[in-house]
Design a protein around this ligand. Structure first.
Ligand code: GRG
Length: 302
């Protein structure tokens, strides 16, 4: 990957971050609308924070396939709303019990536990409302339904929430590599995969072989993202991450560095990233942005 590709990615990511911030803001209820405290909590947790990796993936896939970015504002918001809901609930005392997220107090610390639960619930509902009814999502009803089904499957008990259940059950348990991988394919990977797939679904004429290649790419980068997350939890610090560093070890959670060592985990992330990049071969230069994103995912520092 040449550095012009990395430079192009940097400016594309910046453009997407500005775009998604405006799109999220426009779709969130105003903070003075009743029930105001709930709407304030939804806005607090969603706006002005995070890498916006999932919306960026939706936009980058759309860019690769020639889908106009404004068609993808709705799907991009939907994946971010789901992501923020998962972060709010994951931080609750009943789950990870964390007080820092995106460099700020977690939603339940800033507001209260009941408000945080409701804010997560409402963000999840809002994600599906956006897919069902957002006027900028200029696709026929059949495609909207396919998008709703895609996101619902990705976040439900056989996707993200199922992965979280496996995670909670695995604290202090020694998982082997296939079991760890299965957990993360669900917990972190399913939403990342859906972020790519929603853009693919906006392009119904797409050759199915290309769609399958993009799905494989998304599955690989989902896993690579998690491996990098585990590495950063060991190597980085709380200020850089904006969330509590070292929690995996403290909570005796199974991780890639614990199973493979730090060098082994880095090697594994690199191999999976190469697999992701190779799966884009049939797309040629059109997919350079997605290739650069795969590399960003395994090289990121936060
Ligand atoms: C439904 C409660 C519930 C949980 C689902 C995804 C998930 C399971 C929990 C999120 C918590 C977490 C720390 C998961 C591990 C990896 C991950 C998704 C990290 C956070 O994603 P980033 O780094 O966050 O993209 P930002 O803040 O940049 O958006």
């Amino acid at each position: 990957m040449t550095s012009p590709d990395q430079e192009r990615l940097k400016s594309f990511m910046q453009e997407c971050r500005t775009r998604i911030e405006t799109a999220l803001d426009a779709r969130l209820p105003p903070e003075d609308k009743l029930p105001a405290r709930l709407h304030q909590a939804m806005r607090y947790a969603t706006l002005d924070g995070g890498k916006r990796l999932r919306p960026i993936l939706t936009y980058a896939t759309g860019q690769t396939l020639g889908v106009p970015l404004d068609v993808l504002d709705g799907p991009a918001c939907a994946v971010e709303f789901i992501h923020v809901y998962s972060l709010i609930h994951d931080d609750l005392p009943a789950m990870d019990d964390d007080c820092l997220r995106r460099g700020r107090p977690t939603c339940h610390v800033q507001f209260d536990e009941a408000t945080a639960i409701l804010a997560g619930d409402a963000l999840q509902a809002l994600a599906f409302e956006v897919l069902a009814a957002d006027p900028t999502l200029a696709v026929p009803p059949r495609q909207r339904i396919a998008m709703i089904e895609c996101l619902a499957k990705a976040v439900g008990s056989c996707g993200m929430v199922g992965g979280q259940a496996i995670d909670l059950a695995s604290v202090g348990v020694s998982l082997d590599l296939p079991a760890l991988e299965l957990m993360h394919i669900h917990k972190t990977g399913a939403l990342i995969r859906a972020s790519v797939r929603l853009a693919v679904l906006a392009c119904p004429e797409l050759d199915q072989t290309i769609a399958a290649r993009l799905d494989h790419y998304a599955k690989c980068i989902g896993l690579a993202f998690q491996i990098r997350d585990d590495i950063l939890d060991e190597e980085s610090d709380t200020a850089t991450l904006g969330k509590t560093q070292g929690k995996d070890k403290a909570q005796r959670k199974p991780t890639y560095p614990a199973l493979l060592g730090l060098a082994g985990a880095k090697q594994k992330a690199w191999e999976i990233c190469q697999d992701a990049i190779e799966s884009l071969n049939p797309l040629g230069e059109r997919a350079d942005l997605l290739r650069a994103l795969a590399l960003f995912i395994i090289q990121r520092h936060s």
